[in-house]
Design a protein around this ligand. Structure first.
Ligand code: HEM
Length: 330
């Protein structure tokens, strides 16, 4: 059954005041949900709009990626050797609501999806968002949260399903209530959150998580500034910015140490962990941003070359979920 929830209903559910009560740390459990279950849960939360099931609203730009001299030491992946690649990037807002106002708190975290295109046509993708962590440890729990959002419209009696979920999931509560409204897609950092295994040409391996650090400097809006912005201010801002100068991000691999949990994206690894600079992304051009182009931009965290492997359970579910959404949104 197709649902079309209103923007108001969803934003209400996401921005609810959180019920107080005993807080229990989430248990890491084995996933039983399928990729299709997760896509259905995204629709239950945000409605089905024949758009991306989540991060539906976005803007596409193009540029280049140049690998650092240190990248090849930790992976033999083709885009992290000497040659530069073309990149297509898509900045986006959270939720599956295609017209979510950019200044809504529910539009956090912002997304940054990157497709690397080598001169010989080979591609690989990195997908990140502007929070160093995930609301839940597992895909099953993420599905429960999405279903709770779907059940928590403005008319639901309090405490509603989201209140109850957040009362027992402090990490999800932090995720939904502590993020700030950015001044620009270019003035925030983005995080890969899930874990990949890098293998170099000698067979040595590392567990890593991606970080994309902005070179413009962090910049967020106050509540008053945010309230004065138009619904598309982030898209307008990036168009104006790119007409004047390039938007740059440094791509890092944060390296896990023994004892770091590689299978729980809700826990960020300590900041003190070594970060290897993988290269620099320089975004220079706005794409046409036709509806056709937005539909044709297809990325998947499972699109990885030799030298990079999926290393956590959520990535397996994600790799199956993205193509389902792509098919549904054509
Ligand atoms: C179980 C966890 C997750 C599921 C089931 C999931 C599912 C999806 C789906 C179905 C799409 C739409 C794909 C399309 O139609 O092209 C999507 C897009 C996206 N997701 Fe996820 N996702 C998950 C976790 C994450 C995480 C951890 C991040 C960030 C680190 C993330 C960032 C994004 C972004 C930025 C997009 C937009 C990609 C674009 O611009 O085309 N997702 N996700």
């Amino acid at each position: 059954m197709k649902k079309n929830k209103s923007t108001r209903q969803i934003i209400f559910a996401l921005l609810i005041s959180v019920a107080s009560g005993a807080q229990i740390n989430a248990q890491v459990a084995k996933d039983t949900s399928s990729s299709k279950d997760l896509v259905n849960a995204l629709h239950a939360a945000f409605g089905e709009h024949h758009a991306r099931a989540v991060h539906s609203k976005g803007v596409i730009l193009e540029g280049t990626f140049t690998p650092s001299k240190d990248a090849a030491a930790i992976t033999k992946a083709f885009h992290l050797q000497k040659q530069s690649s073309k990149v297509i990037v898509r900045f986006s807002d959270f939720t599956g609501i295609p017209d979510i106002p950019d200044n809504s708190g529910a539009a956090n975290p912002r997304g940054l999806g990157i497709k690397f295109i080598m001169p010989d046509g080979r591609t690989t993708d990195i997908i990140s968002h502007s929070f160093n962590g995930f609301p839940t440890a597992t895909s099953d729990e993420f599905r429960q949260l999405l279903i709770a959002i779907g059940e928590s419209g403005p008319d639901a009696p309090k405490p509603n399903a989201v209140d109850k979920f957040l009362a027992t999931h402090p990490v999800a509560k932090k995720f939904l209530t502590t993020q700030h409204i950015p001044a620009s897609y270019a003035t925030i950092d983005y995080f890969g959150v899930n874990t990949f295994q890098f293998t170099n040409s000698k067979g040595k391996t590392h567990y890593i998580r991606y970080q994309l650090i902005n070179e413009a400097g962090d910049n967020f809006l106050t509540a008053e500034q945010s309230a004065k912005q138009g619904a598309n201010y982030l898209i307008d801002e990036i168009k104006q910015r790119i007409a004047k100068s390039a938007v740059k991000f440094k791509l890092y691999a944060q390296i896990a140490e023994a004892g770091d949990d590689t299978n729980n994206p809700s826990v960020a690894w300590p900041d003190a962990r070594k970060k290897v600079l993988l290269g620099e992304i320089i975004v220079t051009t706005l794409s046409n941003n036709t509806m056709q182009e937005d539909k044709a931009f297809v990325i998947n965290p499972g699109n990885v070359p030799d030298g990079i492997a999926i290393a956590d359970d959520m990535l397996k579910i994600r790799a199956g979920a993205y193509p389902i959404s792509v098919k549904e949104r054509q």
